[in-house]
Design a protein around this ligand. Structure first.
Ligand code: GLN
Length: 200
């Protein structure tokens, strides 16, 4: 049976996540039907969710205004998987360090927005990620870092000594943009291979 994957589409890179989800599903013999989430009422039908990058303040405001935020929280409380990337990580955190972001609290983490500074606004780096055999080509765009995590959070990758990929139960969150390469391993890890994935 096809899985229903929701991509939060209020702002940010949506079609790239949709493509990566379909490819990762195909690599695991699963058909994935992708729903763009712009209004309340769609998330409850989704088996898994991607929370894309973009601008965290705008995404946060729209999730609140549209009534989507509590549905995402309920999705995670039900143990269903989420992959949150870049601004998605900021919105998913417990502390974004910015009053304009109403954090969803999906991952027990404090984040620092735009942590790599202007000089290094955007860069690609080969990243060692726990659970992957070879380095992942990580694309960082005005990326946040994780400044602190709770006891139950696994750090999957660090850059410059700082966490840039974490897992908290069913939620995987990355500072970088795995959807912007043709490498689907992070989507696979989040949705089809992780210890807590519930898509089988
Ligand atoms: N700098 C953005 C923010 O703070 C995140 C950038 C991104 O998602 N690529 O929200």
């Amino acid at each position: 049976m096809a899985l229903t994957a929701g991509v939060v589409a209020v702002q940010g890179d949506v079609s790239e996540h949709a493509d990566a989800l379909r490819r990762a599903g195909a690599a695991h013999g699963r058909e994935v039907a992708v729903e763009a989430i712009r209004t309340a009422g769609v998330v409850p039908d989704c088996d898994l969710l991607a929370l894309p990058g973009g601008e965290s303040t705008a995404i946060s405001r729209l999730l609140g205004d549209e009534g989507i935020a509590p549905e995402i929280v309920a999705h995670v409380e039900a143990g269903k998987p989420v992959l949150a990337t870049c601004a998605g990580l900021i919105v998913a955190s417990t502390d974004a360090g910015d009053d304009r972001v109403d954090e969803l609290g999906l991952v027990d983490a404090t984040v620092e927005r735009n942590a790599f500074g202007r000089q290094a606004d955007s860069f690609e780096a080969p990243l060692d990620v726990a659970g992957l055999d070879d380095p992942f080509p990580a694309v960082f765009i005005r990326a946040p870092v994780v400044a602190a995590v709770g006891d139950d959070v696994d750090v999957l990758a660090r850059w410059d000594g700082r966490p840039v990929a974490i897992r908290d139960g069913p939620v995987v969150a990355t500072s970088f943009h795995p959807e912007l390469t043709d490498d689907d391993r992070l989507h696979s890890l989040a949705f089809f291979e992780g210890p807590d994935h519930s898509t089988d």
